[in-house]
Design a protein around this ligand. Structure first.
Ligand SMILES: C[S@@+](CC[C@H](N)C(=O)[O-])C[C@H]1O[C@@H](n2cnc3c(N)ncnc32)[C@H](O)[C@@H]1O
Length: 327
């Protein structure tokens, strides 16, 4: 089941152009024509375009060109991954280590079917405090700078020097749909500021931190690129644990450092206003053995838990929505 935007026939082309331009159109599915309307398949739950959101079984796009593996010999096809990440015009693939001899052919097949991709690289994993991805180009320019469209925003970054995950687009959309404008938000592990900008777009005042100095350079460009007024954001190149917030309190805190987040929860709890929220991202076992309640002080309560995406066969990235109640 996926979300579709239902619009009248006379608005269909305008809607398509808008969804395509903003990166909202799910091109893995076909539009559905019904009565006098068209249902456009979406990459996310809602979009800022007039129409009705309808959740239904989509019609999978069977055009052979969508699955790039059709351009490969059968033997290589079974090794080539069906899905991959895209950042702007850069495709990022994970390949089994023994498939190096086929990687050129895989990259060429992908370039043939995805005309918007200019560079294909192999993901060698994310490492260190800055969560930087080791990448090796297999086809195209040795260039890791691109502009990525997401939920109507644009984020530019050098993904060999800063972290970015296109897989968090739905999370950013979800959080920004919860905020009230004028909320005071802290994005403690901001990267190139995709969460911060999603919130600032809704009228929040955002304080963003990241310990990677490269992140701040790209984040400032991105605030500017997305037309965020300077009074809506401040970015500090600092470790969260070292930053002195004085008496400041926040209505909402985003803790998006899922491989190392528990050590920061205590400090975050001291910074939340009454009835404020913490969105706490953590990689933990799928079997439910991680008990967040053991780490919360009295007035804090977990009000929702969501599996964001799988991380390994036995673990996933989860988000816990934690509220500070009135005592
Ligand atoms: C998983 S990334 C998330 C980035 C961003 N929220 C996003 O969605 O793209 C975690 C970020 O936290 C930063 N970081 C790691 N440890 C930190 C710390 N102690 N204080 C502040 N930032 C830190 C890293 O440099 C990295 O950019």
């Amino acid at each position: 089941m996926i979300s579709h935007l239902k619009v009248a026939n006379n608005k269909a082309e305008e809607a398509k152009a808008f969804l395509k331009d903003k990166g909202f159109l799910n091109e893995g599915y076909l539009p559905i024509k019904k009565d006098n309307s068209v249902l456009w398949p979406l990459n996310q739950d809602s979009v800022p375009f007039e129409g009705k959101i309808v959740i239904c079984k989509g019609t999978v796009q069977n055009k052979k060109s969508r699955d790039y593996r059709i351009n490969l010999d059968e033997k290589i096809r079974s090794i080539a991954p069906r899905s991959f990440d895209i950042f702007g015009d850069i495709a990022i693939l994970r390949l089994p280590s023994d498939s190096e001899v086929y990687e050129k052919q895989i990259a060429e097949a992908l370039l043939l079917s995805h005309k918007n991709i200019k560079t294909v690289c192999i993901d060698l994993g994310v490492h260190g405090e800055f969560r930087i991805r080791d990448l090796r180009v297999i086809s195209g320019d040795n260039n890791f700078i691109s502009v990525h469209k997401e939920n109507g925003m644009k984020f530019e970054a050098d993904i060999s020097k800063v972290y970015f995950s296109p897989r968090l687009a739905t999370e950013r959309e979800r959080l920004s749909s919860h905020v009230n404008n004028h909320e005071n938000v802290l994005d403690a592990f901001a990267g190139v500021a995709p969460f911060s900008i999603s919130m600032a777009m809704k009228g929040c005042k955002v304080t963003s931190l990241d310990s990677n100095p490269e992140a701040m350079n790209w984040a400032l460009k991105n605030f500017n690129r997305n037309g965020i007024d300077e009074k809506h954001y401040s970015f500090f190149s600092s470790k969260f644990e070292d930053y002195d917030f004085g008496e400041q309190k926040f209505d909402r805190i985003i803790l998006n450092n899922p491989t190392n987040c528990l050590p920061f929860l205590d400090k975050a709890m001291t910074l939340v206003a009454e009835m404020g929220m913490i969105h706490f991202y953590i990689i933990c076992p799928k079997d439910g053995t991680f008990q967040l309640s053991e780490h919360l002080v009295e007035e804090f309560e977990c009000i929702a838990k969501r599996e964001v995406h799988a991380y390994s066969p036995s673990s996933s990235l989860f988000v816990f929505d934690i509220r500070r109640n009135l005592i």
